[in-house]
Design a protein around this ligand. Structure first.
Ligand SMILES: [Mn+2]
Length: 315
């Protein structure tokens, strides 16, 4: 697979009109991280629109500098870019308005396409960073990561448990994604932060059955991290972990969430442990940005900053 931006003819990627932060320079042959957009929200029935998330995050990345004062690193420190933005993997069934056939077979086929592309990225040794899309897109990424990295653990920042076994009969849904992930990794290897919404059954399962389960963020990632030492880590950030006051542009906002500062502190902490070799982050995603519900663009800007800080801290 070639990582040269805009030349994706032998891949399922369609180049983005405008790559993230103009991809901060020329991509080399072996960028340390790969950005990919997953413009999919085919299992959402209420207020669809997160499929527009990847390109909105790219567009709003224009408001950011390439330099992070906190990390004292810049995306364009080297002549060759730290990362390449490969563009989007589109659902075959989706038209330009977002409408399409999202039967369970079509959804499963899209997830297989993403998993196959992700497997190639994990094999390349680069750090894949995905932008959703609904949270279900995390499933194929975790499946591909687990195949490549035995003993994979998952850190999930989210407002919702996503532990239903099915949603209105569908086993593949944004509301079931963590339950499906528990079929891929050991339940004790799922660590959830900021969770404040779900059914009683989901909360009972989470409280007795997953590795860490915290209803807030705060200092909890710090408390949980020793349980991840020595392990490969997949990091998934549902933007609705943030309070809707900060990040209104998301499909299922849930009051009582954390501040952006708490989320960034958690990210810096994980990055520091990664750089010290305490654990190894092998993949990251940020999901559930809904541009139509984000009149000022702030939710997409926060997501873009998560992407930048994660690229600088982890790649
Ligand atoms: Mn959520």
């Amino acid at each position: 697979m070639t990582f040269t931006q805009g030349k994706a003819s032998d891949t399922p990627f369609v180049p983005a009109t405008r790559p993230f932060l103009a991809a901060a320079g020329e991509a080399g042959n072996a960028p340390r991280a790969i950005l990919l957009g997953l413009p999919f929200d085919g299992t959402v029935w209420f207020r669809r629109g997160t499929w527009k998330g990847p390109d909105a995050v790219r567009e709003m990345s224009d408001s950011l500098e390439t330099y992070s004062p906190r990390l004292d690193r810049a995306l364009d420190d080297r002549a060759e870019a730290l990362f390449a933005d490969l563009g989007n993997i589109w659902p075959d069934a989706q038209g330009p308005s977002g409408a399409g056939d999202f039967s369970e077979e079509v959804v499963a086929r899209y997830l297989e396409k993403v998993e196959s592309a992700a497997a190639g990225l994990f094999r390349s040794g680069a750090l894949p960073f995905a932008i959703g899309g609904e949270h279900l897109v995390t499933l194929p990424l975790v499946r591909a990561a687990a195949a490549q990295f035995p003993g994979l653990t998952v850190m999930d920042f989210d407002a919702h448990t996503d532990l239903r076994d099915d949603m209105e009969g569908r086993r593949l849904s944004h509301a079931t994604v963590m339950r499906r992930i528990l079929e891929v990794i050991a339940p004790g290897d799922l660590h959830q932060f900021g969770i404040r919404s779900g059914t009683r059954a989901e909360f009972e399962l989470a409280r007795r059955g997953v590795g860490s389960f915290y209803e807030t963020v705060g200092e909890n990632p710090k408390n949980a991290l020793p349980r991840l030492w020595g392990r490969p880590v997949y990091l998934t950030i549902d933007i609705d972990v943030l309070d809707p006051a900060y990040a209104p542009g998301t499909g299922s906002p849930e009051p009582g969430g954390c501040t952006p500062a708490e989320l960034f502190e958690a990210l810096y902490l994980v990055a520091e442990e990664h750089r010290r070799g305490k654990l190894r982050v092998v993949g990251v995603d940020v999901v559930e940005v809904h541009p139509d519900l984000d009149p000022t663009g702030i939710t997409a800007i926060i997501a873009a900053k998560v992407v930048r800080e994660a690229l600088l801290g982890l790649a």
